[in-house]
Design a protein around this ligand. Structure first.
Ligand SMILES: NC(=O)c1ccc[n+]([C@@H]2O[C@H](COP(=O)([O-])OP(=O)(O)OC[C@H]3O[C@@H](n4cnc5c(N)ncnc54)[C@H](OP(=O)(O)O)[C@@H]3O)[C@@H](O)[C@H]2O)c1
Length: 301
């Protein structure tokens, strides 16, 4: 089968589509024929060798997300022929998803949303679980005010939509004027490109996707979560009784099922900027590196 492998770190030219043996399926695992995957910032950093602690040994197969069809299973909830989607913690497990076949723990998969294609579904697992798990940590409730920093990005855009579905009032910080409309369409009320515009102490919770550290905006007694691991820790706000965290995404089948439900209920929409075939994975990475994206870059197998 084909798999996107790297044997050294570097630019997109280090990506190779190699022939590898199909995976063996162990107890509790489901074998998925991958239809699509997508790129995330972590793939770019992994390829570059810019992860720091936790850099995977080489060679490795890249990719964190997949959507596809079950081809071998002893799990009644995920039978052969089922459309599924899933997130594989590539850095933690070495199990990359940019391959024709992937053996995944059944608990890290869920039935894919029926309202969207498998290509669209493949763009959801990593940013969607990051958004969902971080909103759960923030314990965002109906009527509360949430600020999402980086609201037009993959994680931020899903966080805006999922928080709105929970009844929260969501404001947004974005990087450039073109993103103001994007964040508004996703459900944000007040959207700004200027951190100095943020009202002081106004937010019950802040969801920070890029290291904005807009700590003045959170109310005393509030919650502040960052997912921008590489930006470092959130400043200590314990004197203001603000709880802080840098959240790390986990494999989470029930979370994926919740995401699928939100997509099928029309509460969450997918955004795909471009699609590339697996053999054009280098061009997909070049596109990703140019930045200023308005949706995810999908890889179609
Ligand atoms: N901790 C975890 O488990 C976890 C999980 C998933 C992702 N992450 C990390 O979370 C971050 C976001 O991921 P993503 O997939 O959402 O990436 P993304 O789609 O590239 O989104 C990042 C967003 O932040 C915006 N942004 C960057 N700098 C900004 C600034 N100074 N002011 C305002 N907006 C700014 C970007 O705008 P532009 O398009 O203009 O640059 C973009 O809209 C990445 O660093 C990723 O590695 C962490």
């Amino acid at each position: 089968m084909r798999a996107v492998r790297i044997t050294r770190f570097g630019g997109p030219d280090v990506l190779t589509v190699a022939e590898t043996p199909p995976p063996r399926t162990s107890d509790g695992e489901v074998l998925v024929r991958v239809v699509a995957s997508a790129l995330n910032p972590v793939d770019d950093k992994t390829r570059e060798g810019a992860i720091g602690e936790g850099t995977p040994p080489l060679p490795t197969t890249l990719g964190w997300e997949l959507a596809g069809i079950v081809v071998d299973s002893r799990d009644d909830a995920l039978p052969v022929g089922e459309r599924v989607f899933g997130m594989s913690h590539q850095l933690g497990t070495g199990r990359g998803t940019w391959a024709d076949l992937v053996a995944m723990p059944a608990g890290s998969l869920a039935v894919a949303p029926s309202a969207v294609s498998l290509v669209e579904a493949a763009t959801l697992p990593l940013p969607g679980l990051t958004a969902l798990q971080t909103l759960d940590w923030l314990d965002v409730r109906a009527g509360e005010r949430l600020l999402v920093a980086g609201a037009a990005g993959a994680v931020g855009g899903l966080a805006v939509q999922l928080a709105r579905a929970r009844g929260a009032r969501v404001d947004a910080l974005v990087s450039r004027p073109a993103q103001v409309e994007v964040a508004t369409e996703l459900g944000a009320e007040r959207v700004t490109t200027d951190p100095a515009d943020l009202p002081a102490g106004a937010y019950d919770a802040v969801f920070d996707t890029f290291g904005a550290f807009a700590v003045e905006a959170v109310a005393d007694g509030g919650r502040y979560a960052s997912v921008a691991t590489q930006a470092g820790p959130v400043p200590d706000l314990s004197r203001r009784s603000v709880r802080t965290t840098v959240n790390q995404v986990r494999e989470d089948g029930p979370g994926l099922a919740e995401l699928a439900k939100a997509v099928d209920a029309g509460q969450v929409r997918t955004r795909v900027e471009a699609q590339y075939g697996l053999q054009d994975v280098g061009a997909a990475h070049e596109h990703f590196r140019r930045g200023r994206l308005s949706g995810k870059i999908a890889l179609v197998l």
